[in-house]
Write a protein that binds this ligand. Sequence first.
Ligand code: ADP
Ligand code: MG
Length: 706
Amino acid sequence: VLGIKEHFENKKKKANDSNIDQTFNDISEDIQATRRSLPIYKTRNDLLRMIRENQVIIVIGETGSGKTTQLAQYLFEDGYCQNNKIVGCTQPRRVAAMSVATRVAHEIGVEVGKEVGYSIRFEDVTSECTKLKFLTDGILLRESLVDSELDRYSCIIMDEAHERSLNTDILLGIFKALLVRRRDLKLIITSATLSASKFSQFFRGAPHFKIPGRTFPVQTIYSKHTVGDYVHAAVTEAVRIHVSTDIKSGDILIFMTGQEDIEATADCIKEKLLEVFSKKRKYTEDIDENDFEIFPIYSALPSDIQNRIFQDLHGIKRKIVISTNIAETSLTIDGIRYVIDSGYSKIKVYNPKIGLDSLVMAPISIASSNQRSGRAGRTAPGTAYRLYTEETMREDMYTQTIPEIQRTNLSNTLLLLKSLNITDVFNFSFLDPPPIQTLLASMYELWFIGAIDNSGNLSSLGKTMSKFPLPPSLSKILLISSKNGCSQEMLIIVSMLSVPNIFNRPKEQQQESDTARSRFFVPESDHLTLLNVFSQWKSNRYSHLWCTKHFLNYRSLKRANDIRIQLSKVMKKLDIPLTSSGSDWDVIRKCICSGFSHQAAKLSGLGKYIHLKTGMDVHLHPTSALFGLGDLPPYVVYHELLMTNKEYISCVTAVDPFWLVDFGPFLYDLKRIGSSSNAGHKLYGYDTEEEDSGEVDELDLRIKSV
Ligand code: ADP
Ligand code: MG
């Protein structure tokens, strides 16, 4: 069998014999040498033999050993793409799927989207000729909805399985049954850590293959005192390293939790270093202000910008990479010698008791902490600075990260399982079962929005909902909007909700950007505000310049538009009419209420609401358009609950309490509580007939006791 590179080169030669570019060959020679230098290369033949002899194997290897970029290529070379079959490689993160596909395509010398492609939600960059497909685990799960046998694949690599993402866990359970039906399908599970025996047990003693590591010792230095402000501490440490060591001694990698603290850290480091340089300049001329370059990495960052981290700066500048835990295992940046670890990451946490999903900052696990430190010792011995004390580590950190399946809302997943005809979700083969309360709460949510019936079976609404790559509540409002004549508007809203950061808020121009933002406000609704932004952008011919002028994120809007087009294709395929309500936007609010009536809150004070279902205090997010109203509306539904220093509801829409009763008759009850002519709040959108008579009954929405 030809190597994948030769295979494509032959094709190229045939296509255009005279046009073989010498530089391409030089670069390619370099790449081939790099490929051969990876630890996995030495074990290639043994590895392929073990794959031939077993249906499932677990590959363990240090990060950077070549698992992600090489395995799929080896499988191609070993003939797994013959007879129109393809090799799939799943990633828990979209960013990783894109970046790895780009890298592998580059190694082979083909364009991404041709022989090597990727597929992530709302973005399919593959074609007829794709042989190696990198995809998120969520996409593979969706593919199994269409083809439950996954017939196109000869082999699936589940990469980064140690991350135990929700979708990976569900896929493992599905594979357990599928592998019995498809004896010819190979499954390769890769893991960076030794927690692999769990996978092995799950697949009846599947063998391990260990790629011998090549790592250097890393000295770990703990903080002596508890760190209050980890951004400040990280900045101090990074600046100290940069000015006190030779830049050739290696690059710096800082672990933060998300976009906000990453950007704050980046700004502070820049500022501090410039300060240091200007002080030094008093004593010496020999100062180079450009001897460092900062690379932030987080998921909302466009992939081309992310890929800049792989640039070779030729020892002229030091890389200072500031990343979320994506750089923990899924991205390997060579040349890192210093790691600064904040000790935190953002994780999704679900509280089934109150039915709330929230993103919280939490201490990482000891396993993560070791993984992070290890990044300093890939190419030479290194140092890891932990911004926490040894005691904190012993007392506050779990040994392993709790798998996502045990700390997340499962309504999305359960809907998917139900549509895969897995009716008894309680007895699904879970690697680690989720808490029963979570299963029950998620089932309740599905039932509440009408996706399943009283006996737990998928309703026809639920069946249609599962066809959309969206959370159940969003697919529900889309379907309801179609019946109510406003699906075109709802498509826009749903798409806008599926992208991050519509509004730019640069630090130097906060006031200007806030004013610009407020010009788009539709005071009854943040959802309608998003619709308004999009409509105006459209009237301005989707202009980039217009976005910049109004502090809007052009990329996000463009992506939202792509998503809208994708979703409208799904609607067309399902024969769901695309309808428009024109200027009547009240009906849109009502439709939004239909999917979010379980996420309703009632005004309880200045900017304060009380969560109806749980009685919890929540606050209107300061960016909400509702602050544009003179009085805040008495009842709202929200899209998201955020927990930072307070509980905030964000993306909020004013609703009529009658709608809540309409959509949640099992949950809500309206009670008249005596008459009053001026006290209390007026019901939002409530028919004002009674008001004219001067006798308004104050109504109160109550939770029915269940
Ligand atoms: P593993 O999956 O075992 O962690 P990878 O296959 O991701 O290892 O990485 C193998 C090597 O390829 C590493 O040295 C890494 O730095 C390099 N590499 C991966 N992606 C890129 C890229 N986009 N550009 C340059 N080098 C890359
Ligand atoms: Mg990898």
